[in-house]
Design a protein around this ligand. Structure first.
Ligand SMILES: Nc1ncnc2c1ncn2[C@@H]1O[C@H](COP(=O)(O)OP(=O)(O)OP(=O)(O)O)[C@@H](O)[C@H]1O
Length: 891
């Protein structure tokens, strides 16, 4: 390659940023418009082809053999899918273009583009004065789907194809063949704008004999400056090189991605899912699971994959709705299918999330066999200690001491004696014998509900012995016959079947969890083997038992986010029969080859509505995903890692997170659980370093908290600056009035959303303070710590998610109307995870920091949510200085 000569940089390609910008821009827009018109003409041809195929197939299948009919169905289906896809208009179907030098070899890939990454040796010419010149040898347009023209030349390259990689990867330091990278903004069939990056400024490049034109300031800034919508947008047109490396990383292992706030981890995770499906659709037909921390973040992000043409095989689930839907959803309650929305207070969350719970649950799953039959529903008082459950006075295994109060039932209502009549004689097993049998069965390792057949067999053996049967029949054959008749005699008697149902009941995870609301019982289950080594302290037992009193005896009632992992663990220990998985065969897999214009979304969207598909995903018990993506991985507790791990035993993984934002108090314990979930698979690590969300002014303030929370950790570099410093205000005697005034101020300053982030325990109060603001305010999903599920409705989650876009909201919708109703969101600090707002108002940093052992890291999250403006409101506890700057945020 010829050496680059910096002295020619100024005279290189013609950059239009001055007064001639508009003319040049219009000219370039016209050029791209012509190309887009060609693309749409080609798409229309494909639509006609598809329609023709469809009609032809329908006609051709009127008569014929079953084989011909099947062929017709396949053809009709395929054509329908085409039509469906082609008819769906993208906001920006075509979004990129790269102009390339001649490649090293002349080889072309399947999409018709040259494959060589490096330029040919003679791609550049050096003139007498040492200046480098080159002709553009190849121009590629990048879009959401690949389109070939009638001669099989590429009109549009799919963004995930190898040929599109240079669009994302090329930098001025390592440009490869790329001379100019262009981002094209279009809506439907109309090109609205172009932004260029020149990657070889030292080169004088020409295209078709004309100097290469360069318009605008570059793709990224254009993308970041654009108004944001109500939900997360894809970043397909401005993926940066370090992000692209993650998106396209090979998936045969574990991809671990770390990066500070706003570095695009969530965006990258979503694009990676789309990329993996494109790369190997057959392999990922097994499904991709994306685990998200909150329903709010799910609602915010779930539109990204459909915008990339993918959704059918990707399930985005909040960690609180990951367990089997039937277990999590409460009947007749507020939760519906949003999963758990209740947050436990930090001390309780710490107990429930700890890996020690696995030992407690193992004991509970066995011990719960001696719970009485379903107790009458008794709703506990949510608020305090007064909630007593119907089975509060009951005791567990210790009841079996041969004391047979009440005939055949122990004081706890569980039978402690079995009396049956066989062959006309009464046969009986006493409490001690029954205990022996139970212990013998429980010495096995099978799930408790699946041990019942063995328990039944041992009971029959014991009854046979007690009846004297073995002594009466010397001849083995006669003995076997008599035993068979004996068993049949007994097992058809209701005494026996009723006994078995009560003595070895089928347990549900909810019921066992609810049983832990009894402090004495829980203390026993948490007692450690042989009374040695208590698993939970007395205080932990008390806290946990109290938190479970929101469930009735059968386990109905709202689950907390942390309860869900316990339910899932119990599900495994009990072996509640799983509903069969309704796995869909991909009908196109059987056809030859996949057309460049189809995706799985095509194939499914013609068959069922999106809602139905989501419903189906929710109903499935999936333990065999092909790839698992964990977002905000730093927040998973050890028990949650166990739950997620069970869903990806055979999977490859992508794990994205930021230790500095972890709300979990014991990162070492969580890391050990994570390692166990990921097993011995090799790891590939990536670091994202650029903050695309926060302006430098806000990032600088947040980095002060980072220095306290994680000394020695470098914050990511903010990519832009607004000149707007964070504002500090002291609440004084009337915090409500000050808060309202500050919110009004922010509403006037930004066009879009305002997120008010408060300590979890302050949410109800903050909501009341803001209720006086004109119009109601949307509140974050979730409910008060340990309180009822008042605000945890789907509507609240939806409303909050709907306005939480973090963009300026100028794109229209309620955010653009100036109505406070849908522009202000009140969130607890834990609910703010992953979200972003145009402006954020953080109320009392000290209160947020003091709320849990991980409080400083939670505060770091709160301070990094704003895309434009940040206000910090301090109370006395914050010890603000004369400028209102709280102690925690001073230098
Ligand atoms: N390459 C990019 N081009 C345009 N916008 C981008 C790019 N990368 C990230 N962004 C934007 O930056 C914002 C932050 O991205 P994202 O939420 O994925 O970051 P994150 O690392 O998950 O943050 P956090 O850790 O705070 O949750 C989003 O608005 C996203 O669209």
């Amino acid at each position: 390659m010829a050496a680059h000569n910096a002295t020619h940089a100024a005279s290189a390609a013609s950059r239009h940023t001055g007064s001639d910008t508009e003319g040049a821009r219009d000219r370039e827009i016209r050029v791209e418009q012509r190309h887009l018109n060609r693309v749409y003409r080609r798409l229309e041809e494909k639509i006609h082809e598809a329609e023709y195929l469809m009609n032809d197939a329908v006609k051709g299948g009127q008569v014929g053999t079953p084989g011909a009919l099947a062929e017709r169905d396949a053809q009709v289906f395929r054509a329908g899918v085409h039509l469906n896809r082609l008819n769906s208009e993208f906001e920006d179907f075509l979004f990129g273009r790269i102009d390339l030098l001649l490649g090293k070899d002349g080889k072309r890939g399947p999409d018709g583009a040259h494959t060589s990454v490096e330029p040919a040796d003679d791609a550049e010419r050096i003139d007498d004065s040492g200046g480098a010149h080159a002709d553009i040898a190849e121009t590629l347009h990048i879009g959401r789907l690949g389109v070939l023209d009638a001669e099989y030349s590429p009109l549009v390259i799919d963004w995930r194809a190898p040929a599109a990689a240079p669009f994302y990867r090329a930098t001025p330091v390592a440009p490869g063949r790329v001379v100019r990278r262009r981002v094209i903004r279009s809506k439907g069939r109309k090109v609205l704008g172009v932004e260029d990056d020149l990657l070889r400024p030292e080169l004088t490049a020409s295209l078709d004999g004309e100097p290469l034109s360069v318009v605008g300031d570059g793709a990224l800034m254009a993308a970041l400056g654009r108004a944001r919508g109500h939900t997360m947008r894809d970043i397909v047109s401005s993926i940066q090189a370090e992000q692209d490396l993650v998106i396209r990383a090979p998936a045969n292992s574990v991809t671990l991605v770390e990066g500070g706030p706003g570095t695009g981890k969530t965006a990258v995770a979503l694009h990676r899912a789309a990329y993996l499906l494109y790369q190997d659709r057959r392999r990922y037909a097994g499904g991709i699971l994306i685990v998200s921390p909150t329903p709010l973040l799910v609602a915010y992000t779930e539109g990204v994959l459909p915008s990339l043409g993918e959704e059918g095989q990707v399930a985005i689930r909040a960690i609180g709705s990951l367990a089997e839907a039937a277990e999590v959803a409460q009947r007749g309650g507020q939760q519906g299918d949003s999963g758990a929305l209740v947050y436990d207070e930090p001390a309780v969350a710490r107990v429930k999330g700890s890996v020690r719970m696995a030992r407690v649950l193992r004991k509970a799953a066995r011990g719960a066999l001696t719970l009485p039959g379903p107790a009458p529903v008794a709703h506990a008082d949510e608020g305090g200690d007064s909630g007593q459950l119907a089975f509060d006075e009951l005791v567990g295994d210790e009841a079996y001491t041969g004391d047979s109060r009440g005939g055949t039932r122990a004081g706890n209502g569980v039978p402690d004696r079995l009396r049956v009549v066989a062959f006309g004689a009464r046969v009986e097993l006493d409490g001690q014998k029954l205990r022996q049998i139970r212990q013998s069965v429980l010495s096995g390792t099978a799930p408790v509900n699946l041990m019942r057949p063995r328990a039944r067999r041992l009971l029959l053996d014991a009854l046979w012995s007690a009846s004297g049967g073995p002594r009466r029949y010397q001849d083995p054959e006669l003995a076997a016959e008599a035993r068979e008749a004996f068993d049949e005699d007994i097992t058809t008697e209701s005494e026996f079947t009723d006994f078995l149902a009560a003595w070895w009941p089928e347990l549900t995870p909810r019921r066992v969890l609810a049983a832990m609301a009894d402090e004495r019982r829980l203390a026993r289950w948490a007692g450690g083997a042989g009374g040695r080594g208590r698993v939970l302290t007395q205080r932990e037992v008390r806290l946990m038992a109290r938190s479970l009193r929101r469930l009735d005896a059968a386990g109905h009632g709202p689950l907390s986010v942390h309860d869900v992992a316990l339910i899932d663990e119990l599900h495994m220990l009990l072996g509640t029969p799983a509903r069969p998985r309704k796995r869909e065969a991909d009908p196109l897999d059987q056809l030859t080859g996949l057309d460049e214009l189809t995706t799985y979304a095509d194939r499914t969207s013609s068959r069922s509505s999106r809602a139905e598909r989501l419903e189906r995903l929710r109903d499935e018990v999936r333990t065999d995903y092909a790839h698992v993506i964990v977002d905000e991985a730093q927040d998973l507790t050890p028990m949650q890692w166990r739950m997620v791990g069970r869903r990806g035993r055979q999977a490859t993984w992508t794990v994205v997170g930021d230790p500095a934002q972890s709300s979990w108090s014991d990162p070492d314990e969580a890391a050990a659980a994570r390692d166990e979930a990921l097993g011995t698979r090799p790891r590939r690590r990536f670091q994202l370093t650029v903050n695309y969300r926060n302006p430098a002014e806000i990032a600088a303030l947040a980095s002060k908290v980072l220095a306290l929370a994680m000394p020695g950790t470098s914050p990511p570099t903010a990519v832009r600056s607004t000149g707007l410093e964070p504002r500090f205000v002291v609440a004084g005697n009337d915090p409500g009035a000050v808060l309202r005034a500050e919110v009004r101020r922010l509403l006037a300053e930004v066009d879009g959303t305002v997120g008010v982030v408060v300590a979890m325990g302050r949410r109800t109060e903050a909501r009341a303070w803001l209720a006086e603001l004109t119009g109601p305010v949307a509140f974050g999903g979730g409910v008060g710590m340990g309180a009822g599920a008042g605000a945890g409705t789907r509507e609240a989650a939806g409303a909050a998610a709907g306005v939480r876009s973090g963009g300026s909201g100028r794109q229209g919708g309620a955010a653009g109307t100036g109505e406070p109703r849908s522009r202000v969101v009140v969130l607890g600090s834990l609910e703010a995870k992953g979200l972003e707002y145009d402006a954020t108002l953080v109320v009392s940093p000290a209160e947020i920091a003091d709320e849990s052992p991980a409080g400083l890291r939670v505060l770091y999250v709160a301070l990094t949510r704003a895309t434009h403006r940040l206000t910090v409101l301090s109370g006395e506890r914050d010890e603000p200085d004369s400028a209102g700057v709280p102690d925690l945020l001073r230098d």
